[in-house]
Design a protein around this ligand. Structure first.
Ligand SMILES: [Zn+2]
Length: 248
């Protein structure tokens, strides 16, 4: 909570807003600024202007809860290295049955229908199985991009809605981005879930250790690239909230 006092929503003039990571609208996110240094905490820590249509609000408290090793020890009880190491080394996992269930219905997502209109059912199914792309009955059969680490453990699933044209739906006012580890149906205590994201497709590193690895931002791009350039192993960082930013 201390962090919420050290940081406040930017109210300088002119105020520079950035793209909201949830709804994707440019110049809508008001970021939190450190009241002592005047610096922004991170570009995804803020509140979206579209309070009703988007509702994204990621506070400094959320940020330091998700990134405990970044806690500013001058304003906190010192966190022992032991605890930091433990939190870094012990991510929470999601039970495999949830992924299996979503994989069984993967053909019901709009993204599947769109890609299979280009590639056919078999090839689309092959890639969805390879990358663990499922679907959920919630959010109008949104696609679920499971993050399975190199040991085969499931870190989380990124749930996103796509339209019939294969593009993400961001503008119709409904929830368009969810996380499996936040869903009470899948995780007993979402508050206690220690999310440590991995690359989308990371599990394939153990299958093809000799492949040349290329990293893109979006999960969908990794799947599509894998179809057109199968000689490479394509991974996705997941964009602004993904694994590349966790240590940055
Ligand atoms: Zn937004």
């Amino acid at each position: 909570m201390i962090n919420d006092y050290r940081y406040r929503l930017d109210n300088s003039r002119p105020r520079i807003k950035v793209t909201c990571p949830a709804c994707g609208r440019s110049r809508k996110l008001v970021r939190y600024v450190n009241t002592q240094t005047g610096l922004f905490l991170a570009d995804h820590v803020g509140k979206c202007d579209r309070i009703f249509k988007c509702g994204y609000h990621y506070t400094p408290s959320d940020y330091f809860r998700d990134h405990p090793w970044l806690n500013d020890i001058t304003s906190h009880r010192p966190v022992s290295l032991h605890i930091i190491n433990e939190q870094l080394s012990q991510p929470s996992f999601i039970e495999r049955s949830w992924m299996v269930e979503s994989m069984n219905r993967s053909q019901s997502s709009s993204l599947f229908r769109f890609l299979s209109s280009l590639w056919g059912n078999d090839e689309t199914m092959r890639l969805f199985r390879l990358y663990n792309v499922g679907a959920t009955s919630r959010m109008n059969d949104a696609a679920v991009f499971w993050q399975v680490d190199i040991n085969g453990c499931i870190r989380t699933g990124k749930i996103m809605r796509y339209g019939n044209n294969g593009h993400r739906i961001k503008e119709d006012g409904l929830v368009n981005l969810m996380w499996a580890h936040r869903m009470k149906s899948m995780v007993d205590n979402p508050e206690d879930f220690n999310l440590v994201q991995c690359f989308f497709g990371e599990h394939l590193l153990s299958v093809c250790p000799d492949s040349k690895v290329l990293i893109v931002e979006s999960e969908k791009s990794a799947v599509i690239a894998s179809h057109y350039y199968p000689q490479y192993l394509w991974l996705a960082s997941g964009g602004c909230c993904g694994c590349l930013n966790q240590t940055a």
